[in-house]
Unconditional design. Structure first.
Length: 707
């Protein structure tokens, strides 16, 4: 025991550091707390694993740590003995049944802690008993990557600690002399502290290095999200990322989103357009809401005419729209312009004028429209005078000087209201410092303004961020604007001979955009979100195929799509081509990292399997030159000198004895081979192959196994 403690004292210490760093992200994700207690349990597990090797002793001690930990975290209002075990078992059983029944889409804390404690004990055994350092490292890294994907947490510091401790563990394991180990531990610790401190300083003082990798890999994350990968993972993770779709609660925007491909409705029509569901005009600093709502109920109207009374321009000719609702939505998605909706007998609707919203009081499955699109030109808006709208459409909850200064600098050379609006729209749409991403969008820090934080700090977001930023900048200049939400055009799923097309609108096509008031034309939609086109604008005749999504949870709502559709069969084909090109672009962006990762795994594989290379070379040499005993011995000598350095001018016989004292597993095999070698080399006698074949093979295997 004393000898093992003297030789391997570093093993439980470094194992404890590795397991502690691996545990903290888990405690944070599940908000378990009691860190000091958890560290005490980890220290006990490492000591038990180091001091005892018999399972008869370790298993009962592990179980004590197990149950004490579970009781401290989940007492369930019971005493430890005898009531708690039964109560905890029932709690576990209920959670397990809920998961199987689909009632829970996340891992309960009780089951998670049971699993992680088993995982940590297994890692302690791997590290201390078997010294499988890099296997343990890979398992921990894999678990942390899963935590990062599902819970959107930063793990740079824990991974740095785990990697540095693993490298130090490996180096100490290679050293055989106790005094040298102490010196190696000191020098390596200083070096690794310097390296980790430098890496942390680079991260803090040169964030552009992190941003480069972040931006280079954004296309990969967005592509994975559009294919539903994050949605599948999110089903089994904690509820940190909201799912895409039309949400009702927009008071707290922000945070990552996962695509939901569920089809909500289809529309047969001649061209794409926005589907507006409602507008909101009060910006709270963290999101949007409407304070006052009045509901007008209309019972059994034969037809419902919806138009914007502020719009005094011309309309295009009438065109029919047939809508089929697949998911029983209770709101009416509306096109811009004037439309007449034909309702079935007995259908009752509710109108909310303050939000420009129409609700169905009973499920609707098929609806028919006669729609007239607004027919205004860009020149008409350039000549329009500044509109006078409700005061709420220019209000901000607090002064935002940085936002105002930015808006002023973008518009100071523009004369008309329309040109000012377009200048801000184009800035948000084309400025390279902004990144469109649903998966990387951070949550809003407490006490920060949603728009100010997006414009000057995170600069990463989706439609809610870009549309809100444009509105707040316009309002800071006194230009009336409001927030609209609904759906983009969707994707073409069928074409008819008369030129009409079927558009499928999914949850992932939810979207938000700004509306700006122009006198004589009412509320006009604009599109500041990158990769999106405004289907209501004449200058954007082709809709882009993209996709985006907001939240359908209580904390994040709205709206988004990167999939606005095209106007023709040719454009649909081009969109498919673009999809393939985008994948090529993704591959080009990750190719250096993919080859780098492949090279890293190759180096690690060579490093871990290096002892087998000696055996392969030695066996190959023996097969090619089976009678060359002198060459075979020299191969063994070269390998032995890698393990124990031979002194200058040291004779072979004393070196062989010293080697066997350092590595007792060799027995006397190396000395015997040395005697045969000197006899052959200096005695001019021929050695019989039967004297050395088995001895060579045995010695080679022992030398290869030495660490």
């Amino acid at each position: 025991m004393k000898e093992r403690l003297k030789q391997n004292w570093y093993s439980p210490l470094l194992s404890f550091i590795i397991l502690a760093a691996a545990s903290f992200p888990f405690l944070d994700v599940y908000q378990l707390g009691h860190r000091s207690f958890f560290l005490t349990i980890l220290a006990a597990i490492c000591l038990i694993t180091f001091l005892f090797r018999q399972f008869v002793i370790t298993v009962p001690l592990y179980l004590c740590c197990y149950f004490i930990s579970l009781y401290i975290y989940f007492p369930l209002g019971q005493s430890l003995i005898p009531d708690w075990p039964t109560a905890f078992y029932q709690e576990m059983l209920v959670s397990h049944q809920q998961i199987l029944a689909g009632e829970l889409n996340y891992m309960p804390k009780t089951i998670a802690l049971v699993i992680i404690l088993f995982f940590l004990i297994a890692l302690a055994v791997l590290l201390i008993h078997y010294e499988r350092i890099w296997l343990s490292w890979l398992l921990i890294i894999g678990y942390h990557l899963l935590l990062t994907v599902v819970n959107q947490i930063q793990l740079g510091i824990p991974l740095l600690i785990i990697t540095c401790a693993s490298i130090l563990f490996h180096q100490l394991k290679q050293q055989t002399v106790a005094f040298s180990r102490n010196k190696l531990f000191l020098y390596s610790s200083i070096l690794l502290l310097f390296i980790s401190g430098s890496a942390y300083s680079m991260y803090k003082f040169f964030p552009q290095a992190q941003s480069f990798l972040f931006y280079q890999t954004a296309a990969v994350r967005n592509y994975a999200n559009s294919k539903g990968l994050y949605e599948q993972i999110n089903r089994y993770g904690t509820s940190s990322a909201s799912r895409s779709g039309f949400g009702e609660d927009d008071r707290q925007l922000g945070g990552p989103l996962t695509d939901d491909p569920t089809i909500l409705f289809t529309a047969i029509q001649s061209k794409p357009h926005y589907w507006r569901v409602e507008t909101k005009n009060y910006y709270t600093g963290t999101g949007w809401q409407t304070f006052t709502e009045s509901i007008d109920t209309e019972t059994d109207p034969s037809a419902l005419l919806v138009t914007d009374p502020e719009y005094q321009g011309m309309f295009a000719s009438e065109t029919p729209i047939t809508m089929n609702i697949d998911s029983g939505i209770s709101y009416l998605p509306q096109p811009y312009g004037s439309f007449q909706l034909f309702l079935s007998s007995g259908q009752t609707i509710e109108r909310i004028p303050e939000k420009n919203r129409i609700n169905f009081t009973s499920p609707a499955t098929e609806l028919s429209f006669v729609w007239q699109e607004p027919a205004y030109q860009e020149s008409d808006l350039q000549q329009a005078n500044e509109g006078v709208a409700d005061l709420q459409n220019t209000m901000l909850p607090t002064a935002l000087p940085r936002v105002y200064e930015l808006a002023l600098s973008l518009t100071q050379n523009e004369e008309s209201i329309y040109d000012k609006v377009k200048a801000i729209e184009q800035y948000l749409k084309t400025e390279e410092t902004f990144q469109y991403s649903k998966t990387d969008t951070p949550f809003l820090p407490e006490g920060r303004d949603y728009v100010d934080y997006f414009l000057f700090d995170s600069k990463v977001g989706y439609c809610d961020n870009f549309s809100s930023a444009m509105i707040v900048m316009l309002r800071s200049l006194g230009i009336p604007s409001r927030w609209a939400k609904g759906f983009a055009s969707g994707e073409i799923t069928r074409e008819y001979q008369d030129g009409r097309k079927e558009f499928s609108i999914r949850n992932s096509h939810a979207h938000s955009w700004p509306e700006v008031y122009f006198k004589g034309y009412g509320w006009i939609p604009f599109e500041p979100t990158p990769s999106f086109s405004n289907p209501e604008s004449e200058e954007n005749t082709a809709a882009s195929e993209s996709s985006e999504s907001p939240s359908s949870t209580s904390n994040s709502s709205s709206t988004e799509t990167e999939n606005t559709t095209s106007n023709s069969t040719q454009q649909a084909a081009e969109a498919e081509k673009d999809s393939a090109i985008s994948f090529d672009e993704i591959w080009r962006s990750i190719r250096p990292y993919a080859f780098g990762l492949l090279g890293l795994f190759l180096v690690i594989g060579i490093f871990l399997l290096r002892k087998n290379f000696f055996l392969l070379r030695f066996k190959l040499y023996r097969k090619m030159r089976p009678a060359d005993f002198i060459g075979a011995y020299q191969h063994l000598l070269k390998q032995a000198e890698k393990k124990l350095v031979r002194k200058a001018e040291e004779p072979l016989a004393p070196y062989g004895q010293r080697l066997e004292l350092t590595y007792p597993s060799l027995g006397h095999s190396f000395s015997e081979l040395t005697a045969l070698y000197e006899q052959t080399l200096y005695g001019n006698s021929v050695v019989n192959a039967g004297q050395y074949d088995e001895l060579l093979k045995k010695t080679a295997q022992i030398l290869a196994s030495l660490t």
